[in-house]
Design a protein around this ligand. Structure first.
Ligand code: ADP
Length: 443
């Protein structure tokens, strides 16, 4: 606005100056004509000048001949332009001159009458033009101030209106605390950026809320799982301390306490492993490991843990090279996951046998853990990978419900998949698939 106003002001000043110079020339010519052609006598012309000057910015004209002799002057007593011989010579040889005397504008030019050159000078103060210019400057200043103020106010209101959703989002976010995680940002127009922001934020809240809930559930499950064996332990100790017992009773109590304690240790180890498997993938050390070796180690662990258990390992004939069954992985976690699957096979079948079949399908490593036990009812299949979930089979064997959750985590950490097929009373097959090619591309 300011640049615009300054440019307008300068252009108008320029045009005022030019117009006034032109006016001076016209006035000089017309007075010269009055003097030479109409032969109006100088006293009349001077008195007209004197009268006019009271009311208007009358032009003061002087006429010289070629010898710089003054022929006519409107008002010698005023004489704004002090015509020097230099100035007159300049007009005579060079033609028109335009110049300022203080605020007065003056022109000097040659006037030809009867083939004789005369020098005419005309000078006047452009009071009207300057007043107009001042007016313009004031108007421009007012327009500038008003329009800057208006753009500020309108801009402020528009910005406030445009940013209102941000303020709303921020207010709403203040209400969303750990206890009100179910609150969501109100939906805005999905097609604008704020709508997208609100939708993404809501999505993030969904994830946070569900992980927050599962954390809460996890903690309460853990406390419950820890409390039960500990209460049993205390109950037994209290019972034995109630009065003197026989040696046999003391022995039995210690055996029971030991069993409860080892159940607790198993649970704590499971929880520790679950925590390890829940780490960020990038924080878990990985190396090239052979699946067959890990399976053999897992079998040792399972069979040493329970003398009744039997794990059979079968490798397909089409596996010709070790590299075909090598993946990038964490040996400890994989061993623990395989051991869990073998353990479940044995635990939930009367035969106490786990058959592990390793084969290659389209360069993928497929491992099937099969038993011929009591199977899993179809209705329970969607839940078996949930931490602490124990199906109706829990009657058959002890456990804590974190085994399969752990297995699931470990397999997905290795970018593998796990599926389960089962028929009640016919047995279960867990199928784990690893894709070494995909794994290498990602890592
Ligand atoms: P846990 O074995 O400690 O109960 P898991 O997470 O290992 O916990 O298994 C969850 C549930 O899945 C078990 O309680 C059981 O109902 C079912 N399940 C798992 N593996 C088998 C299996 N091989 N045969 C029958 N049921 C199984």
């Amino acid at each position: 606005m300011l640049v615009f106003a300054v440019v307008i002001y300068l252009l108008s000043a320029k045009s005022r100056e030019k117009e006034f110079y032109d006016g001076l020339v016209r006035e000089g010519i017309s007075k010269a004509n009055l003097f030479f052609t109409a032969k109006v006598d100088p006293e009349t012309m001077q008195s007209i000048y004197k009268n006019n000057i009271e009311y208007i910015n009358e032009v003061e004209v002087a006429i010289y001949d070629k010898n710089f002799k003054l022929l006519y002057h409107d008002a010698k007593d005023i004489d704004v332009v002090k015509e020097t011989p230099d100035l007159l010579a300049k007009i005579l040889t060079g033609g028109d001159v335009k110049f300022y005397v203080d605020n007065y504008q003056a022109v000097g030019f040659l006037f030809v009458n009867d083939n004789t050159d005369y020098i005419v000078t005309a000078v006047a103060y452009d009071g009207y033009g300057y007043a107009k210019q001042l007016n313009l400057a004031l108007s421009l200043l007012v327009i500038c101030i008003v329009s800057i103020a208006m753009s500020f106010i309108i801009g402020y209101l528009l910005a406030k209106r445009a940013l209102k959703p941000v303020a709303d989002i921020s207010d709403r976010m203040k209400d969303i605390t750990a206890n009100d995680l179910h609150l969501r940002l109100l939906r805005y127009n999905e097609n604008d950026e704020f709508g997208e922001l609100a939708a993404s934020f809501n999505k993030a809240l969904d994830i946070i809320e569900s992980s927050f809930e599962s954390q809460k559930m996890f903690v309460s499950n853990v406390s419950h799982e820890l409390r039960t064996p500990l209460s049993v332990l205390i109950g037994e100790i209290d019972w034995v301390l109630l009065r003197d017992r026989t040696l046999e009773e003391y022995k039995q109590t210690l055996i029971n306490s030991r069993q409860d304690t080892s159940r607790l240790i198993k649970l704590l180890n499971g929880l520790l492993d679950l925590a390890k498997a829940s780490y960020d993938e990038s924080k878990i050390s990985k190396s090239n490991i052979r699946i067959d070796e890990v399976l053999l180690d897992a079998r040792d662990v399972v069979m040493k843990g329970n003398k009744d258990y039997n794990v059979r390992l079968l490798f397909d004939d089409n596996i010709q090279d070790d590299s075909e069954i090598t993946i990038l992985g964490n040996e400890y976690l994989l061993k623990m996951a395989f051991a869990n699957l073998m353990d479940n096979n044995c635990k939930f079948s009367d035969a106490k046998i786990s058959t592990v079949h390793v084969l290659l399908q389209n360069e993928k490593i497929v491992i099937r853990f099969t038993d011929t036990g009591i199977g899993i009812p179809e209705s329970e299949l969607p839940y078996i990978f949930t931490p602490f979930y124990r199906g109706e089979n829990k009657k058959m064997a002890q456990g804590n419900g974190i085994g399969l959750a752990l297995v699931d985590k470990v397999i997905s950490l290795h970018k593998g998949t796990i599926t389960v097929q089962s028929e009640k009373d016919k047995g279960v097959t867990f199928e784990v698939i690893f894709n070494p090619l995909q794994q290498n591309n990602i890592t």
